[in-house]
Design a protein around this ligand. Structure first.
Ligand SMILES: Cc1ncc(COP(=O)(O)O)c(C=O)c1O
Length: 500
């Protein structure tokens, strides 16, 4: 039995802890550099100098020229900007973009949007480790194609694509190449010139920088039309007063990249240790990440017959943060589209977790994780009960000793009606409801898919509620199983709780 609890953050592909030097830089800029970089007096000139220096530092980190860097509000914005700007330029002369089925949501959703504007999007297949099939790619590139879009490293499984070879193919056909480098930066060397990239996107918060700041690399002389109109900032390509503290924070994080890269072997060893230990504990687990050409910090593992919602909630209870996939899709009900593109079934995708380490991850952290995982699989009793959709009949729904706590958010409540007599509370502010929950009843937590409710169930257990259970697969699963009960009772006598 465990007597101590550690905080172990293993979700560094979602975001990273801001480094001390970056924090100091950001607060220093906020305090001392409040001038608008576009104004002319001394205070403003100081800010303009910081801006220029930051641009130079970001450029240096990727072997670009400062004038090829444009700051954006995020990598999502950078990806949107490239795809929309380049499409606008070529359409309708050329209409085709080629991409892969495992790009980040910010690329996938933008491409979906562009399809509605007449752009043809062709997905080049990837193998079961996420590597793009170059032979097929060569057959897809044609006169009508104007852009090839492919990420350098995948956020969910860590696969590193052979961008140099892909770039050569693109060049042979005079097709522009856009590469999402968000996950690669700080983990493997990124040299935009050597890789032959025309456009690239980057995000500060993945490299221990601040959130809400990204960068767009546009190779010299590559076309780009302004997409936010207003002032002349960012060489007229993105209007709006620059977020100087974030930009300087990003640049400072970039100056720390060489130190991060020096630690990559250590991170690889740690990841390897985690994988080997997990394989010993659960020999039937499947490693979805490739063994070679993979980010040193990332491993994606399927645990057959293990519901990742419960597993993740259990790990969270013990202070360990991991994720079931991309942070941008964790609120989504659908299984990861990346895992599905690798050939995993819906079930397997729901049995999968991603562990993403960082330079700060220690051996002690991982030994702790291994211990918790080992105890979990050796049948160390988990303190919460699971109610399957089949079990949730009138007996439980109308049991006077059961207190149903619905922790869905506003939007999910619009999609499905709640269980009868359920009490509505907010997932994110659950601690504000704790005092009004009855200690003497069996608390059954429910949400849309069974992820958030499992986390809340564990949370309540840590607050000493005796009997806590959660509804596996959530209301979605229950409605599918008991459509008759859903029709008859759902939405009746719902009681919204007021947070304290
Ligand atoms: C591969 C990839 N591209 C783009 C993004 C979007 O970055 P941002 O959070 O800066 O919008 C992410 C973030 O998860 C990512 O992993």
């Amino acid at each position: 039995m465990l007597r101590f609890r550690r905080e172990v953050y293993l979700d560094n592909n979602a975001t990273t802890k801001v480094s001390l030097v970056v924090r100091r830089k950001v607060s220093n800029i906020l305090k001392n550099c409040y001038g608008n970089p576009s104004s002319l007096y001394k205070i403003a000139r100081n800010s303009a100098e910081v801006l220029a220096e930051s641009r130079q530092q970001v450029a240096q980190a990727i072997n670009a020229h400062a004038h090829e860097i444009l700051f954006t509000g995020s990598a999502t914005e950078a990806n949107n900007a490239i795809l929309k700007s380049v499409s606008e330029h070529f359409y309708p002369r050329k209409t085709k973009i080629i991409t892969t089925p495992i790009e980040h949501a910010s690329v996938m959703s933008t491409l979906e949007f562009l399809k509605t504007r007449g752009i043809k999007v062709v997905y080049c297949p990837v193998d079961n480790k996420g590597f793009l099939n170059r032979a097929v790619l060569a057959t897809l590139l044609d006169e009508d194609t104007f852009l090839l879009c492919c990420m350098l490293a995948n956020n969910e499984i860590g696969t590193i694509q052979e961008i140099t070879a892909i770039s050569q193919l693109a060049k042979q056909h005079q097709i522009l190449l856009m590469v999402d480098c968000v996950q690669a930066l700080g983990k493997v060397p990124v040299d935009v010139q050597a890789l032959g990239i025309d456009y690239a996107s980057f995000s500060a918060h993945k490299i221990h920088g601040p959130k809400g700041i990204g960068a767009l690399y546009i190779r010299q002389n590559c076309l780009f039309s302004p997409f936010i109109h207003g002032g002349h900032q960012e060489a007229g390509k993105r209007a709006g007063t620059e977020s100087l503290h974030n930009i300087a924070g990003f640049a400072t994080a970039c100056t720390e990249i060489p130190q991060l890269l020096k630690k990559s072997q250590q991170i690889r060893d740690l990841t390897h240790y985690l994988v080997q230990e997990i394989k010993k504990i659960k020999p039937d687990c499947i490693i979805n990440s490739p063994e070679n050409h993979c980010l040193p910090n990332t491993v994606n593992i399927t645990f057959p017959k293990v519901n990742n919602a419960i597993f993740m909630a259990m790990l969270d209870y013990y202070g360990i943060s991991v994720s079931a996939g991309s942070a941008c899709n964790t609120q989504d009900d659908a299984p990861s589209f990346v895992l599905k593109a690798l050939g995993l079934s819906d079930t397997a995708a729901r049995e999968t977790l991603r562990f993403s380490l960082t330079a700060n991850t220690s051996w002690r952290d991982l030994r702790y994780v291994v211990k918790i995982v080992s105890e979990y699989f050796s049948g160390h009793r988990t303190p919460i009960n699971i109610i399957t959709p089949a079990q949730l009949t009138e007996n439980i729904l109308f049991d006077k000793d059961t207190y149903i706590l619905d922790v869905r958010d506003y939007y999910d409540r619009k999609l499905l009606k709640g269980l009868p007599h359920s009490h509505e509370a907010g997932f994110l502010s659950i601690r504000k409801y704790v005092n009004q929950l009855p200690q003497d009843k069996n608390i059954l937590t429910v949400c849309q898919m069974g992820y958030n409710s499992a986390i809340v169930a564990y949370y309540l257990k840590s607050k000493h509620f005796k009997n806590v259970s959660f509804l596996l697969t959530g209301l979605v699963g229950w409605k599918l199983y008991h459509s008759d009960l859903y029709k008859k009772y759902a939405g009746k006598n719902i009681i919204p709780l007021i947070p304290e």
